[in-house]
Design a protein around this ligand. Structure first.
Ligand code: 5GP
Ligand code: ZN
Length: 114
């Protein structure tokens, strides 16, 4: 999608602080962090939201969670804990229409979310 900011980040057209990249996914620091560690893990291909995730994307969806676990281990907050969040649509609080999973860590997070 030519006008999607996260597609532009994947392409390198918008700079980002990359944490991880492979054939399927890209992870980078959130520009407006809500926790000491706040990363975004996204599929490289454009999927607008969780609503557009297809039956054929099961491997990709599972891969995103495996990468979240790997990043938590590599960055040293696996034991202290973390949260993986997807905001979907208006009521979910989604503001960027490219599927992304927030990875928040290194502070005690409240529940339920606001
Ligand atoms: P959402 O509200 O859609 O779940 O999350 C979108 C996230 O993307 C927000 O936390 C916001 O700070 C982050 N974000 C928006 N634009 C940019 C950008 O250009 N670069 C980076 N690194 N993060 C962004
Ligand atoms: Zn996109």
């Amino acid at each position: 999608m030519s006008d999607c900011i996260f597609c532009k980040i994947v392409a390198g057209d918008i700079p980002s602080q990359k944490i991880y990249e492979d054939d399927l996914v890209f992870a980078f620091k959130d520009i407006n962090p809500a926790a000491p560690t706040h990363l975004l893990i996204i599929p490289k291909k454009h999927i607008s939201s969780l609503n557009e995730l297809a039956d054929g994307d099961k491997e990709l969806a599972g891969h995103i969670l495996v990468i979240a676990r790997k990043i938590a281990q590599d960055q040293g907050f696996a034991k202290s804990g973390y949260r993986v969040v997807n905001n979907c649509g208006k009521n979910g609080g989604q503001t960027v229409d490219h599927l992304h999973f927030h990875l928040l860590a290194e502070r005690e997070l409240g529940w339920p979310p606001g």
